[in-house]
Ligand binder design. Structure first.
Ligand code: NAD
Ligand code: UGA
Length: 457
């Protein structure tokens, strides 16, 4: 018999890993993860999990079949659980009012209505998805519009894990955030969620706030992180013109303990499913409250990211004698960051499409993301080659562009790669992960981010 039953609706990048850790750390709770996507649920039941994340399989295996279950039976999971986490996707709206900016809450609302329909007793509903501030209010209005005497308490518990380090982030979070209403029922619900996390997270790292601060803090945290990347990327453009080095500037700036070192790596641009979507959402919310200057300020973080991606491709074309028509270009990495197969909003997609517009021949290599790359580029697959082998990708290419900071690219036999390429051979290091001096000595023409190019002509 279990002390408590928890359901999680949405078995994606968040629902799966988060619930696996909760189940592993709380063996006395039954954790039921449900989803409408049958293929995804089937994969969670095997050792071939639907997402790649270091340490995830071991974590799932520690609890699966004991107190962790994956199923498509959403109705039963709702009925039998006292606590329901909702971690469905909340993408940017593509239609109607707010298209291109507002969050599309159709999946969330559908789940709320399903919870309402299936429930025969009061429950706590936990917002795990990232949602616009004030969503909990709408959810409570929908959920509590029943005449069955059932009460739903909506609690906000946003997730801060990053892909590629999800399990570690879940096991040792900087903070857990729980937002609840300041009523006795709200505070009781809050304590129930605190109880879950207290199994492994020290109490002082569990922050409790009101619901609205919690919802908003999630959007603001992502906006601040993205802002740091756009800030350093903006300075990388200046470095390339002034003989300053972005790594040195970043080291100096980050050494100020008030600023700190993390998230100051200049890059081809940030990707991932959330930074863009959450900032667009923040901008939309500001605009809807008439705060146009605030909206403009945060929008600029996205403008800078677009500029950085565009700048990267423009530099490639300019360096390769202003034309790349018919030239073979090897993209090293397609995932939006290392250690994940996720390609949502990856800069690689934008770069690929721009290169194809310039009529280059592109060949993509990535250790984990080629399946997703095939889906993302389905409309142009006849023009794109893909291989898991970076040596094969580079053979006969005019240039290699590093798009994802996979560790394996640092230790390749670059001498061998140089021999196999067209000359002059170029490297565009969109992540500054390679040993540029050594590669220059091998014979490559080097174009780092935020540092002057090293050319043989
Ligand atoms: P995802 O697309 O990987 O997973 C969402 C899942 O919800 C899908 O499997 C989908 O089939 C399922 N779903 C949708 N509607 C459903 C319904 N009515 N009933 C049952 N299942 C349904 O998305 P994700 O990356 O896990 O993100 C989920 C939320 O978490 C988003 O709001 C996102 O902003 C937030 N978030 C994501 C990350 C991340 O790193 N990916 C980090 C923090 C927060
Ligand atoms: C990000 C946040 O870090 C998480 O806290 C948050 O929970 C999550 O978004 C979310 O809400 O979805 P994630 O997108 O998985 O996590 O990965 P990050 O490590 O933040 O990287 C995002 C992008 O920024 C990647 O493309 C990465 O390569 C890029 N980046 C990161 C840089 O270009 N420079 C840096 O210094 C750091």
């Amino acid at each position: 018999m279990f002390a408590k039953r928890i359901a999680c609706i949405g078995a994606g990048y968040i629902g799966g890993p988060t619930m696996a850790v909760i189940a592993m750390k709380c063996p006395e709770y039954k954790v039921n993860v449900v989803d409408v996507n049958e293929a995804r649920i089937k994969a969670w039941q095997t050792d071939d999990l639907p997402i790649y994340e270091p340490g995830l399989l071991e974590t799932v295996k520690a609890a699966r079949g004991r107190n962790l279950f994956f199923s498509t039976d959403i109705k039963s999971a709702i009925r039998e659980s006292e606590i329901i986490f909702v971690s469905v996707n909340t993408p940017t709206k593509t239609f109607g009012e707010g298209a291109g900016k507002a969050a599309d809450l159709q999946y969330w609302e559908k789940v709320a209505r399903e919870i309402l329909q299936e429930s025969t007793a009061s429950k706590i509903v936990v917002e795990k998805s990232t949602l616009p501030v004030k969503t909990a209010q709408t959810m409570e209005n929908i959920l509590n519009a029943n005449n069955r005497g059932i009460h739903f308490e909506v609690v906000s518990n946003p997730e801060f894990l990053a892909e590629g380090t999800a399990i570690n982030d879940l096991l040792e979070p900087d903070r857990i955030l729980i937002g609840a209403q300041e009523t006795p029922e709200g505070q009781k619900a809050c304590q129930e969620i605190v109880d879950i996390y207290e199994h492994w997270v020290p109490r002082e790292r569990i922050l409790t706030t009101n619901v609205w601060s919690s919802e908003l803090s999630k959007l603001v945290s992502n906006a601040f992180l993205a802002q740091r990347i756009s800030s350093i990327n903006s300075i990388s453009a200046l470095c390339e013109r002034t003989d300053a080095g972005i790594d040195e500037v970043s080291r100096v700036v980050g050494a100020d303990s008030r600023i700190g070192h993390r998230f100051l790596n200049a890059s081809v641009g940030f990707g991932g499913s959330c930074f863009r979507k959450d900032i667009l959402n923040l901008v939309y919310i500001c605009e809807s409250y008439g705060l146009h200057e605030v909206a403009k300020y945060w929008d600029a973080v996205l403008d800078m990211n677009d500029y950085q991606e565009k700048r990267f491709v423009r530099a490639m074309v300019r360096a390769m004698f202003n034309t790349i028509v018919g030239k073979r270009i090897a993209l090293f990495g397609f995932a939006f960051k290392a250690n994940t197969g996720d390609t949502r909003e990856t800069p690689a997609l934008y770069v690929s499409r721009m290169l194809l517009e310039e009529q280059a021949k592109i060949v993509i290599t990535d250790p984990k993301a080629l399946e997703n790359a095939k889906i993302d580029l389905a409309d142009v697959l006849d023009k794109v080659e893909m291989t898991e082998d970076p040596y094969q990708a580079a053979a006969g290419a005019h240039c290699v562009a590093i798009i994802t900071e996979w560790d394996c690219y640092r230790t390749l036999d670059w001498e061998k790669i140089y021999q196999s390429m067209e000359k002059p051979a170029f490297i565009f290091d969109g992540r500054n992960i390679l040993d540029h001096r050594r590669l220059f000595e091998i014979g490559f023409n080097l174009y780092p981010i935020g540092r002057p190019a090293m050319k043989h002509f």
